[in-house]
Design a protein around this ligand. Structure first.
Ligand code: ZN
Length: 458
């Protein structure tokens, strides 16, 4: 893209955002839609949502006359849901074929430093893909220290979602292929190392500290020593802790140790009643990432079939990279699909555990933005959740992961006016979350196609 085109694109985005911002300076009433407020209560047909500035004033049935000072927007025949929240992504990964040289090493074709520099340079575009996908907030659960700069960039960008971030993963293993000046994963061996790394991140105000407990040996106690130290240090510094712990015995250990959020479902067998009770009693949030294995499997199996929202809003460079696999002689093995993750989601749900929806976008085949919609469908079809339960996980559940339940996640008076206006009923078919008419972030009304055309690279 030329500089001139880039400048014109940015100008269009700004002009649009300013226009929308001006329009919402006074009170605005969205009239006539069916509102699914994310609290779990019955949808309100023919509703009125009044927004003043960036906040919601009222949500209820449409009165005969809207208040006279209010600008009325007729959205009859539409559905309004809270802005969706993807509770598990990684900005440092592109979603394309070169995102994970530790899983498929193509550094001879594309050096990893080149890949990550490109990802970093195009982060504004990635952020826009989220917002255009109806995702008004995103949680990056671990990456390089530049994640904190991304959070700052998002705060001053009208075409970006709200963002919560963790810094580098404190890990039981650091893939050598991912090392560099600002590594996303740091191997920790002692309690002192754990405390030092947590303090390094606390200096930048992380929303979360991430523990990556992978490849557990028969005795996990030696690693648990530093894990406990990291949790204590994080909590003392005001940050909550999210853990990758996908085996039952590891999950049991880290939940007992005091983590706040499980970053993935558990997939090594059915979760027993004891572990379920423990997760529930500790108030730990259970994040689903049912779709991420399928992304790898489709790309590696060369059976990528994009759905409509992926074609429309997915990163075209990441998508184009999938075809490069045909030129690679070595056949990589897809990571194993976890057949029990879906049934465990049903168990967790039945036990009343708080569930959040995460796509793990950025991994190979899992596209920033559209991926959450695939996840939602899997939660319903693979996890047995109702569309409403899946929707609540992707709104209220995500707000809980962000630690921002008082201002995000549901449509209630006083909360930030983050909403998606849909052309189809998501409770009739969860795939209707993809039929996005408008995205509203902090009261600013945005057209998804405008968001994308303003920032995307041809
Ligand atoms: Zn992840």
């Amino acid at each position: 893209m030329t500089d001139r085109r880039a400048a014109m694109g940015m100008f269009a985005a700004l002009a649009y955002a300013l226009m929308a911002a001006t329009a919402t300076a006074a009170e605005v009433a969205f009239l006539g839609a069916t509102v699914i407020d994310g609290t779990g209560r019955t949808p309100i047909a023919n509703a009125q949502v009044v927004v003043s500035g960036e906040r919601i004033v009222t949500v209820g049935p449409r009165p005969r006359q809207p208040p006279p000072s209010v600008r009325a927007i007729d959205v009859t025949g539409k559905w309004i849901i809270p802005g969706m929240i993807d509770a598990h992504v990684h900005f440092f990964q592109s979603g394309g074929l070169y995102a994970r040289p530790d899983i498929i090493d193509l550094r001879a074709r594309r050096p990893y430093a080149e890949e990550t520099a490109d990802v970093r340079a195009r982060i504004g575009e990635t952020l826009a893909r989220y917002l255009a996908s109806g995702i008004t907030a995103v949680v990056d659960v671990g990456g390089p220290m530049w994640n904190f700069a991304v959070r700052e960039q998002a705060r001053r960008t009208p075409t970006a979602p709200r963002i919560a971030v963790a810094g580098p993963l404190l890990a039981t293993f650091a893939p050598p292929q991912l090392t560099g000046d600002d590594p996303p994963i740091v191997r920790i061996r002692t309690a002192d190392e754990a405390r030092a790394e947590v303090r390094r991140q606390l200096a930048l105000g992380p929303d979360l500290i991430k523990i990556w407990f992978v490849f557990p040996g028969p005795d996990i106690e030696p690693e648990m020593g530093w894990v406990r130290a990291a949790i204590k240090e994080a909590h003392a510094g005001g940050a909550r802790v999210v853990a990758h712990a996908t085996q039952r015995r590891v999950a049991r250990a880290v939940v007992t140790a005091g983590i706040d959020i499980l970053a993935h479902g558990i997939d090594d067998g059915p979760i027993d009643a004891g572990l379920l009770a423990l997760i529930k009693a500790k108030g730990v949030i259970y994040t689903t990432t049912l779709g991420v294995h399928g992304g790898y499997a489709r790309v590696f199996g060369r059976v990528v079939k994009l759905n409509a929202i992926e074609r429309r809003l997915g990163d075209p460079r990441a998508i184009a990279s999938f075809a490069d696999l045909a030129r690679v002689s070595r056949r990589p093995t897809p990571p194993p699909f976890d057949p029990v993750a879906g049934s465990n989601l049903g168990r967790v749900r039945a036990h009343g555990v708080v569930v959040a929806a995460g796509s793990d976008a950025g991994n190979i085949g899992t596209l920033h933005g559209p991926a959450l919609h695939r996840e939602l469908a899997l939660m319903v079809e693979g996890g047995g959740l109702t569309p409403l339960e899946a929707l609540i996980a992707a709104t209220r559940g995500g707000a809980a992961v962000m630690g921002r339940s008082t201002e995000l996640g549901t449509l209630e008076p006083g909360k930030l006016a983050d909403m998606v206006i849909l052309d189809g009923d998501p409770l009739a078919d969860i795939r209707n979350t993809r039929r996005i008419f408008r995205v509203v972030k902090g009261g600013v009304i945005l057209d998804p196609s405008e968001i994308i055309s303003a920032v995307s690279v041809p």
